[in-house]
Design a protein around this ligand. Structure first.
Ligand SMILES: [Mg+2]
Length: 402
């Protein structure tokens, strides 16, 4: 056999892993006229998968001798060796066409993987590798995939979204695979129902005995009958007379979202800046800033005179547009490109901010936000968003020990 020198050979070696397999096979390739172009190896559950791409550029007949030696050696080592001859460009991949697909579910099963891989196969997307990111049980899988240049990413995302609606516990995030996916540097979070499990204004209203009136205004705002700013003024007016002691009482009882501390601790240790941008109130934002060591907090300021709420808001309102502006402002100040910003929120007023960030995540969000955001996570714990960056439980543990 004499191969056309433009042809390349993909060798795949599989079998039970043992020391010396890679060394003895590469030793055979170590001769004039053989170029090693690519090599990838992984061992999963004790099974070796090694692939190499080689090209013969030397004397006629070299290819035959080398392949014969490889096959003999593989037999001796007890592994299977296959080879495929391909055209030059067949296995060239552009990094522009690589995607990371992250699956999360607290009952992740074969049916989920089957449904997703069926969509990928139909769309001509190849799966390069799959790895489990969480430690206990099966909760999160990351698929690295690649595809041809003309794949319609929007259509792929739509189809995957349909799969996730079929399985309510399943989250699927599709991201272009690049350095930016993993190299994030700023996390921007909403407060109410994102970083914390409650809406502070409801807690304050209960304490002031105006829970129903406040809820009615919130409902009218959600129905679009009144704007965000107006609804805020109206609700804050109802809180008039609450004391600083009331605020303290509510602040101390605030339940953090599970995993919030892990998310903040891990990202901070990795050198990220963490910001809270909230349409909620300064007293509580400042309380959390202190408690969690946040770098930035932007909130609405309740006016307090003689230790009591006056029912007024001071200064400019932090609304949807302002949230997005503040995100940009912090990124500029920290010299972080928007691609390296993660934004997390649940409300409609988070949508512009989520769209601005490199990774905008609707977290246990209302449908409208979920639809508008680039990614959605509907898991119980906030730190599950670290998986979207390819951060594993092992990484989290390691960082936690520093
Ligand atoms: Mg919120």
């Amino acid at each position: 056999m004499v191969l056309d020198p433009r042809k390349k050979v993909i060798l795949t070696i599989t079998g039970r892993d043992a020391p010396g397999i890679t060394s003895s096979l590469t030793a055979i390739l170590n001769r004039d006229g053989v170029l090693l172009l690519d090599l990838e190896q992984s061992v999963t559950h004790g099974l070796l998968s090694l692939s190499m791409v080689i090209q013969f550029v030397g004397e006629e007949g070299d290819d035959k001798a080398v392949l014969k030696d490889l096959l003999f050696k593989a037999k001796e080592l007890g592994v299977a060796l296959d080879f495929t001859v391909v055209d030059g460009d067949e296995m060239l991949r552009s990094s522009n066409h690589q995607f990371a697909i992250t699956l999360m579910s607290d009952d992740l099963q074969a049916k989920h993987v089957a449904a997703i891989s069926a969509v990928l196969a139909r769309r001509g997307v190849n799966i390069d590798s799959i790895r489990k990111l969480n430690e206990r049980g099966l909760f999160c899988l990351e698929m690295l995939t690649y595809t041809s240049a003309n794949m319609d990413l929007g259509a792929l995302k739509d189809e995957l979204l349909k799969v996730s609606t079929r399985y309510p516990t399943l989250d699927i995030a599709v991201q272009r695979e690049s350095l930016y996916r993993r190299a994030k540097r700023l996390v921007v979070m909403d407060m109410d129902s994102t970083l914390i499990q409650v809406e502070v204004i409801d807690e304050l209203a209960k304490r002031a005995g105006v829970g129903d009136q406040v809820a009615a205004i919130t409902e009218r705002a959600m129905q679009g009958e009144i704007g965000f700013d107006e609804s805020l003024y109206e609700r804050v007016a109802l809180l008039k007379g609450l004391t600083e002691a009331d605020l303290k009482h509510v602040a101390e009882a605030i339940p953090l979202t599970p995993g919030a501390d892990i998310l903040i601790k891990t990202t901070k240790r990795l050198g990220y800046k963490v910001a809270l941008i909230s349409g909620g109130f300064s007293y509580f934002g400042d309380y959390l800033k202190e408690k969690l060591g946040l770098h930035y907090v932007y909130t609405n300021q309740l006016e307090i005179i003689d230790g009591k709420l006056t029912g007024r808001v001071v200064g400019p309102i932090v609304n949807a547009e302002r949230k997005a502006e503040l995100l940009e402002q912090i990124a500029r100040l920290e010299e972080v490109p928007l691609e390296s910003v993660i934004a997390v929120g649940d409300g409609a007023n988070d949508i512009p901010m989520l769209k601005k960030a490199g990774l905008g995540i609707a977290f246990n969000a209302k449908l409208k936000t979920r639809r508008a955001a680039p990614a959605a996570v509907n898991q119980r714990t906030l730190h599950s968003i670290l998986y979207l960056l390819g951060i594993t439980d092992k990484d989290i543990d390691e960082v936690g020990r520093l």
